[in-house]
Design a protein around this ligand. Structure first.
Ligand code: ATP
Length: 357
């Protein structure tokens, strides 16, 4: 597999620019998720990488091959790029084996070439867990099985780069979670360089080595899942990637004085003056209860639990602060407080301060 380098790429639909000046380098064997809300340009970027749309500016390279520049686009079938679409879109009149082998040369060639092709089809069917399904027709497969065939078909010609366009979106929740984990493991085992488009934050954070967050055609942040979640580059990224607790406050000496007390914080993207109004953002699990009496003296704020949303492994608590604000706090569902309990809340790691302007 090879590296994929997208540099300053812009893509237009007539007078509408759908992708603006995006630069993205995917290392060999890396799985990168392109995450963003509907209409932000994810699919357009993928189509340009696949060679189905021309670039208005910039370039796309795989390894040392220049594949797209404005005015020159290597056609899709010559780019060495595989595509797994949202719905499997298998050829209905072909068997599973014929679908997998569709893009593998050798069908009408010598006996040795045919044998190599059949071996590749069998190997891939095994790889995606469908070794016993080679003779089946697509209409005899479940949605998850069809999507596995689509993955095997895309991997069969040994592409340099694999593009996956929301491949799990059409599957029900349980199947989606299981299949996406399997697929990520398989891609890692194969050392596949892959770009996965999704609008599902959890999918991006759990599967990818790095996440490219897109907004309105631009790259809003490109980093590891931890970076994107713990150090969002803007308040928009913070809100889009996960739950946030937002409080207005005043910046003073590296702390934000707000309804939760004087909370230590890092300013993101600006240098606040002492006394400046800022917006503090916290993840709900950064807030913890301090039920012990000693905590009374510690920084924090008194609160009453007003709601609990139980999710099995953890729970989201809604707490009303005596100062009048409301915050949400995520706790492991081991020993949970009850609605009506009074707690003292503290923040266990520095929050993020964004400009209130
Ligand atoms: N063929 C087209 N002609 C004109 N504009 C288009 C065309 N296809 C997409 N667009 C516009 O380009 C922008 C990006 O669309 P794109 O499909 O890339 O977004 P997306 O992030 O993949 O969205 P979704 O998650 O809903 O699939 C949108 O504003 C869309 O309306």
């Amino acid at each position: 597999m090879s590296t994929l380098a997208v540099e300053n790429a812009s893509v237009d639909y007539g007078s509408t620019t759908a992708v603006t000046d995006v630069s993205l380098a995917v290392n060999s064997g890396e799985l990168v998720a392109v995450l963003g809300p509907s209409g932000c340009g994810k699919t357009t970027l993928l189509l340009a990488i696949a060679g189905l749309l021309p670039l208005a500016t910039g370039s796309i390279r795989v390894g040392d091959r220049q594949l797209s520049t404005p005015g020159a686009t290597v056609p899709p079938e010559k780019r060495g790029i595989g595509w797994v679409p949202q719905e499997a879109s298998l050829f209905p009149h072909l068997s599973v084996a014929e679908n997998i082998g569709f893009a593998v040369p050798g069908g009408r060639a010598s006996r040795a070439a045919r044998q190599a092709r059949d071996a590749r089809i069998a190997e891939l069917a095994e790889l995606v867990g469908l070794g016993g399904f080679l003779g089946r027709a697509p209409n005899q497969l479940s949605g998850g099985q069809a999507q596995r065939v689509a993955l095997a078909r895309a991997l069969a010609p040994r592409p340099d780069v694999l593009l996956l366009d929301e491949p799990f979106a059409a599957l029900d929740t349980q199947l989606r979670v299981g299949l996406r984990r399997e697929v990520a493991e398989l891609l890692r085992e194969q050392g596949t360089t892959a770009l996965l488009v999704t609008h599902d934050q959890e999918e991006a954070l759990t599967l990818a080595d790095r996440v490219a967050v897109m907004r309105d055609g631009e790259l809003a942040q490109f980093g590891t899942p931890e970076e994107v979640y713990q150090q969002p580059a803007s308040d928009w990224v913070a809100r889009f990637v996960g739950d946030v607790v937002e409080l207005d406050g005043e910046w003073r000496h590296g702390r934000v004085t707000c309804a939760l007390g004087a909370v230590e914080a890092a300013a993101v993207g600006f240098t606040p003056r002492d006394g400046e109004r800022v917006r503090l953002m916290l993840r709900p699990e950064w807030i913890i209860p301090r039920p012990d009496m000693l905590a009374r003296a510690a920084a924090g704020a008194d609160a009453r639990v007003t709601g609990i949303s139980y999710a099995g492994h953890d729970a989201m608590l809604t707490c009303d602060l005596v100062t009048g604000s409301r915050v949400r706090m995520r706790l492991p569902a081991v020993e949970l407080p009850h609605v009506g309990d009074e707690l003292r809340l503290a923040v266990q790691r520095p929050g993020l301060a964004y400009s209130a302007a």
